[in-house]
Ligand binder design. Structure first.
Ligand SMILES: NC(=O)c1ccc[n+]([C@@H]2O[C@H](COP(=O)([O-])OP(=O)(O)OC[C@H]3O[C@@H](n4cnc5c(N)ncnc54)[C@H](O)[C@@H]3O)[C@@H](O)[C@H]2O)c1
Length: 322
């Protein structure tokens, strides 16, 4: 197969991670176009990663003729970008959250019926998370009981960007960041159905969306998840704790060790370190492999729908949605 022709729509922060990842796979793909409504944003990324700059996504798709596109715009623009790709038979890697709400996510999945659609839940490709999944599947942690997760930091763009404009983002930190936590919980519990989802949200900042959120989940298999996210706490934390009847595991994204675990009879913690490609490179590599082999993506369209159903239930339980 010739090199896969790649385009990127939206040339902001996360587009840099996609472009860096495709560059790491340069033997198999070629960046042919980068589109942004701000021409200078597209041009800056082209100067760094190559391809041709466009200020209109549809013009880019017709001119640069990519096989595949990464959609890296704010959520409001995911659906129109997906529809434009779908109409041209182009494979899609779509950033999280899938869209502003469940209805738009359903429209994305319907538009891509029969074509390759991968939602960019990048933590699925985080090497320590894959190792934790293997540890759970090996049975060494026993029966899973609880999963705790906290993603928190002081977000300088809160109150100053689309991230806190609900009309563009679909909500605050719950849909923006806790969406990752829900996907991680589902991945660790094997996609088990969620029996209950209850959220609380609040805002310390004078903004229209929540800047802190907590979600209590229970899977049908009995695993309890306590997921906490905040944009207003200054000490950056990204920690996942997995508790089973025979041991526990910790992934601290800010620590030197990738994964630490301790089993019931262990005197000490075991540390596992990883020198595999990071999650963005692994995600792009997987997307390219799905195109090359015609195989189904690890993160399936149904996963995006399932996560957005939980987001909707969470917002309803918190009184944000009817
Ligand atoms: N996977 C992750 O960990 C992660 C991290 C950050 C952001 N994201 C997601 O990536 C997406 C983008 O976030 P970001 O941080 O890069 O935002 P950003 O504001 O840095 O960049 C978005 C870019 O999209 C452009 N844009 C807006 N509308 C457009 C349109 N119709 N066509 C073309 N370009 C358009 C903007 O001009 C801007 O340059 C969001 O869905 C966000 O939630 C994911």
């Amino acid at each position: 197969m010739d090199k896969i022709r790649i385009a990127v729509i939206g040339a902001g922060g996360i587009a840099g991670a996609h472009l860096r990842a495709y560059s790491a796979c340069a033997a198999r793909c070629e960046i042919v176009g980068i589109a942004d409504v701000i021409p200078a944003a597209a041009e800056a990324k082209v100067a760094q990663y190559g391809g041709r700059a466009f200020n209109d996504a549809e013009t880019m798709l017709d001119t640069a003729r990519p096989h595949a596109v990464s959609i890296c715009t704010p959520p409001k623009f995911h659906l129109p970008a997906v529809k434009a790709a779908a109409a041209r038979g182009i494979s899609v890697l779509c950033e999280k959250p899938p869209a502003r709400n469940l209805a738009e996510t359903e429209a994305i999945v319907a538009a891509m019926q029969g074509a390759l659609l991968q939602f960019a839940f990048c933590h699925r490709f985080h090497p320590p998370l894959k190792a934790a999944q293997a540890l759970i599947q090996s049975g060494q942690l026993g029966k899973l009981a609880q999963i705790e997760n906290r993603f928190a930091f002081r977000f300088s763009r809160a109150g100053k960007s689309w991230f806190t404009d609900a009309e563009i983002s679909g909500g605050g930190i719950l849909i923006d960041t806790l969406v990752h936590s829900i996907d991680i919980f589902r991945a660790l519990t094997g996609g088990d159905e969620i029996e209950s989802a209850q959220a609380q949200v609040s805002s310390a900042l004078p903004i229209e969306v929540e800047d802190s959120a907590s979600l209590l989940l229970k899977s049908r298999g009995g695993v309890i998840g306590t997921l906490n996210c905040s944009w207003v706490t200054p000490v950056s934390e990204a920690v996942l704790r997995i508790y089973g009847t025979e041991g526990q595991a910790i992934i601290d994204y800010n620590a030197a060790a990738g994964l630490r675990y301790k089993l019931a009879d262990d005197a000490d913690w075991t540390e596992q370190n990883f020198d595999e490609p990071d999650r963005f490179v692994a995600q792009a590599d997987h997307f390219l492999r799905c195109i090359e082999n015609g195989s189904a993506p690890l993160v399936r369209p149904e996963d995006g729908l399932a996560v957005m159903r939980i987001i909707e239930t969470a917002y309803q339980s918190a009184g944000v949605l009817q």
